[in-house]
Ligand binder design. Structure first.
Ligand code: AMP
Length: 578
């Protein structure tokens, strides 16, 4: 039996372990319902080691006994004092690795002694060496160190034929890097890498915190530095709001009895819109896009050389990220492999390849179609009432729920018709309508009354669409069973009609091999016959020859010969007409 090799993503904020089993890539749960181990190590008062969530929880109270982000110190010749003892960065990292090794062993029921570990593309030799040492201290033979973008690319692309170039955009909690990689079969080469070691989702949280604190000062007259406990609550609420805004157009930030001011309790209750939030973080996104261009230049490539853009890191779930990348690079970024787990999966795939397994691929449940609604907007520069607004994009993992806000278009509007479509066309009318309903009895309000529409698609392909008047909560909805299969049926019908239209009226022959080609060939013969009249004797002769050849080809069943005869005829007609 071949020895198991696990793949480990040893991250700055979080770490994960994965392996290939029975041809599948499995990320191993580290706790109930979670695959993510916080990269935090600590000691209790009596010296007991804590790794992961419990260590993270004690950090706020006992920073002197807790270490976070040790990855930033890897390769440095330092000793850190934690809980009264000194440790090297390798030793601290090894505690995280040892924890993951134990988790994998418990899952497998056998010992695990080999691993592939990922590191950032920009890691120096000293940092890579330190990572190897951390593995060795944890009792792991590090059979290979691979770059994180390489692992991400493998998770998406392993086994794909042909060479292609991929931009891996990795935005985590506290680090950002973007790499251009070249893939050829299972050989991945990082062509260039660029980033900012101190940029990530935590900065987005900080922007929301700033906004909340400014609101508290203005609305409740709160002054001076806030108590640490209140700050911690605001930070947590800010992150939750940020995550909510990835799927919804508004988030409510609510914390009761947050603090006391002049003897009175202060409650926090603030609504943040996605538009306002996006304006706050736009400068950060702009910085990452600039880095993407720098990475492309570093690889000696231009935007048009790219085949794919892959999203890695939890913060890439922010919709603005994919939207701005698509605007900038002209490719719809792919994020269907869980952005938190994709590096660990890639490491496991590399481990599988080293162990001589058949190259496994990652399977995810995604929607094969885009679902959306229609609204007044601009299409090709003109105001148009049926612009398509996709809510759930093709290749989004399911189950999924996404909301958008729409506005009434005239004063006193009491009703809005909501249509549900599947398809990709910017004109909703060119997509397939799979449902509709109306929301009626809206309050008497000037135009611009916000209506929040939510699309939820479950694993069984059941699509639930609801629309709610934001101010009153008035709600209407429709449920579309088997939305995915319905589209296939509708598509089949459209395809059938397309094929049917190619047959001449009254021609019921289903045996004709290439109907469109034959219809066009017959049209060419008719056209050539019309040209016979008025042609010079030499041209007539050529025409007659080619009409005969084309009729012969039509009588036979060799599609290639028919194509050649059509080309020859088209050339002659072109010559005669010009
Ligand atoms: P990572 O370091 O890759 O685990 O990414 C962690 C970062 O992703 C943190 O800042 C999280 O708050 C952020 N994050 C996780 N889920 C979401 C989400 N749905 N939308 C926006 N940010 C998210």
């Amino acid at each position: 039996m071949s020895e198991i090799i696990v793949g480990i993503d040893l991250g700055t904020t979080n770490s994960e372990v994965a392996m290939v089993r029975g041809g599948r890539v499995d990320v191993i749960p580290v706790g109930i319902d979670t695959f993510i181990l916080p990269s935090v190590v600590g000691f209790t008062e009596d010296g007991t080691l804590l790794v992961g969530e419990p260590a993270k929880n004690q950090h706020a109270l006992h920073p002197e006994r807790t270490v976070r982000s040790i990855k930033r110190r890897m390769g440095e010749d330092v000793r850190l004092t934690v809980g009264g003892h000194e440790y090297t960065p390798q030793e601290i990292s090894s505690m995280i690795l040892r924890q993951l090794k134990g988790i994998a062993e418990r899952e497998l029921g056998e010992s695990v002694s080999k691993a592939v570990i990922t590191v950032p593309a920009f890691f120096s030799d000293a940092q890579r060496q330190a990572t190897r040492e951390a593995g060795a201290i944890a009792g792991l033979d590090v059979v290979r160190i691979i770059n994180e973008p390489t692992a991400a690319a493998l998770a998406y692309e392993s086994g794909r034929e042909g060479a292609h170039k991929v931009l891996v955009y990795d935005l985590g909690g506290g680090t950002f890097d973007v790499s251009v990689v070249n893939l050829e079969k299972d050989v991945v080469e990082v062509l260039s890498s660029h980033g900012n070691n101190h940029l990530g989702g935590d900065d987005f949280d900080a922007k929301i915190v700033e906004h909340v604190v400014a609101h508290l000062r203005e609305a409740s007259g709160v002054e001076g530095e806030l108590a640490p406990a209140a700050q911690a609550r605001i930070r947590r609420a800010a992150e939750a709001a940020k995550i909510h805004l990835s799927d919804a157009p508004y988030a409510t930030i609510m914390e009761e009895y947050l603090l006391e001011h002049r003897g009175e309790p202060v409650h926090l209750n603030l609504e943040l819109s996605r538009d306002d939030y996006e304006a706050m973080i736009e400068p950060y996104i702009a910085e990452t896009l600039e880095a993407a261009h720098t990475a492309l230049e570093g690889a000696g490539l231009t935007v048009s050389d790219l085949d794919e853009v892959l999203l890695v890191g939890g913060a890439t779930r922010t919709p603005l990220v994919a939207r701005r990348l698509e605007e900038e690079l002209g490719l719809q970024p792919r994020g269907e492999v869980d952005p938190d787990l994709c590096v660990a999966m890639g490491a496991a795939i590399q481990a599988g390849i080293i162990a001589g397994m058949e190259t496994p691929t990652v399977l995810v449940d995604v929607t094969p179609y885009t679902f959306g609604t229609s609204a007044l907007g601009f299409l090709e520069g003109m105001e148009y009432p049926y612009c398509y607004v996709p809510l759930i994009r093709k290749n989004t993992p399911i189950p999924v729920s996404k909301s958008e806000v729409f506005y009434t278009t005239h004063d006193g509007q009491q009703r809005v018709d909501v249509t549900v479509h599947q398809g990709e066309d910017p004109d909703a009318l060119n997509n397939i309508e799979i449902g509709r309903f109306s929301i009626e009895g809206l309050r008497d309000a000037p135009r611009g009354n916000p209506i929040v529409t939510t699309f939820s698609l479950d694993l069984n392909g059941i699509l639930h669409v609801s629309s709610k008047e934001k101010a009153t909560g008035l709600e209407y909805s429709v449920t579309i069973d088997n939305a995915i299969a319905r589209f296939e049926e509708a598509e089949m019908e459209t395809a059938r009609q397309r094929v049917e239209a190619l047959f001449a009226p009254g021609d019921d022959s289903a045996a004709t091999a290439a109907p469109r080609q034959r219809v066009e060939a017959k049209a060419l013969v008719e056209k050539a016959e019309r040209l016979l009249e008025g042609a010079s004797p030499d041209d007539r002769e050529d025409l007659v020859d080619r009409i005969e050849a084309l009729n012969d080809a039509l009588a036979g069943d060799d599609d290639g010969a028919l194509g050649e005869a059509m080309d020859a005829m088209a050339d002659l007609i072109y010559y005669l007409e010009s």
